[in-house]
Write a protein that binds this ligand. Structure first.
Ligand code: UFG
Length: 343
């Protein structure tokens, strides 16, 4: 018998994975982390262990190496998997698409194959709001049409959703939930785990916190001439701990057999649209500092606006975002200060 209260977290050393491991443990699950540390390091695992007081097992393995990955299934009796392990830089995926297709698709295919071979039942896949592209209706619901992907990264998210849809339809013993994340930001309130981008941050909030810390000179706001109230893009920024809790809700749902069909999709956002200017101003206000920023040209590939209709997740998962943007942006700054030894 597989252990229903045990979860394999692939990519669990990373930003979303480490926060999810903490919330799973808080909810009474045993967690096993598999990660090849290609875009993370042991500090995430150490942080999870420090927060939870649990000596979480960690296996350094590449999910693309099926033989090596199979050993994790041999050794541990988890019945559920949360698959985070993937590359996630949009720009890099356009420059080097094969890197993304090989890694993101093969690792996911291996997970599903191994689940079948070893008789494991539930999987949560990390999808993204990127699948909606420039949506025709806002906020987007799960039924809103997906747009053709504009990056290999986005395409791997769509392709993995389709793989999961087809696999769960063909192999009814496997249940799947795709969570479409909006923009995850912030850090654990303990400041023991958070986002650690390598090199120059590509995302807004790490760029802001690094600018505030003096690591970057000036934040560029990409475009102030969009058709929005203040001219900057609108996004749905979701607190990382809230996002982690959505994974626990998704696992609970499958473990308790409450999922209505073999494959379900949920938006994971706040339902609130926030502009880049609003986010910058809120960051300055709650952390009582001035940020050096300037308006720069639009960034290629950015959509004007995307935010979530979260009705389905609220109703079916019994989950909703709880932390305010203010709390989240404070936690992001607390984390950056800790990383940089500020104060
Ligand atoms: N932005 C800036 N300056 C920066 C960085 C970002 O103005 O230095 C702006 C962007 O133009 C955008 C907003 O801040 O308007 C958010 O940008 P992010 O890069 O933080 O996030 P994106 O919305 O572009 O992308 C994120 C994830 C992707 C995911 C996508 C789905 O990074 O992985 O959401 O919507 F695919």
């Amino acid at each position: 018998m597989m252990n229903k209260k045990s979860v394999l977290v692939s990519g669990g050393a990373g930003y979303i994975g480490s926060h999810t491991a903490v919330e799973l443990i808080a909810a009474g699950y045993d967690v096993v982390v598999a990660d090849n540390l290609s875009n993370s390091d042991m500090s995430g695992i150490e942080g999870v262990r420090a927060i939870t007081g649990v000596d979480v097992p960690f296996i350094n393995v590449d999910c693309c190496d099926k033989q090596a990955f199979a050993q994790v299934f041999e050794q541990y009796d988890f019945d559920s998997v949360i698959h985070f392990a993937a590359f996630k830089a949009v720009g890099e995926s356009v420059a080097d698409p094969m890197k993304y297709y090989c890694n993101n698709l093969l690792s996911f295919i291996n997970v599903i194959d191994l689940m079948r071979e070893y008789g494991r039942h539930n999987i949560v896949f990390s999808s993204s709001a990127t699948v909606y592209g420039e949506a025709e209706e806002l906020p987007v619901t799960e039924a809103t049409e997906r747009k053709p992907a504009t990056s290999a990264y986005g395409n791997t998210k769509q392709m993995c959703e389709d793989i999961l849809r087809d696999a769960t339809a063909a192999y009814p013993e496997i249940k799947g939930i795709a969570l479409r994340y909006f923009n995850p930001i912030g850090a654990h309130p303990s400041a023991l785990i958070g986002e650690l981008p390598r090199g120059v941050p590509q995302n807004l909030v790490p760029y802001i916190t690094q600018t505030a810390a003096g690591v970057r000179e000036c934040l560029s706001i990409f475009g102030d001439d969009y058709p929005t109230e203040d001219g900057s893009c609108l996004r749905d920024y979701i607190d990382i701990v809230d996002l982690a809790k959505a994974h626990v809700a998704a696992i609970n749902r499958m473990v308790e057999g409450k999922n209505q069909c073999g494959y379900e999709i949920f938006n994971v956002g706040t339902g609130r649209a926030v502009s880049v200017f609003e986010l910058v101003k809120t960051f300055e206000r709650v952390n009582n500092l001035k940020l050096n920023y300037k308006v720069a040209p639009r960034r290629a590939g950015d959509v004007v606006a995307v935010w979530a209709d979260t009705t389905l997740a609220n109703k079916e998962l019994g989950w909703r975002a709880e932390r305010s943007l203010e709390q989240t942006l404070q936690s992001a700054w607390e984390w950056e200060k800790r990383v940089r030894n500020i104060e």
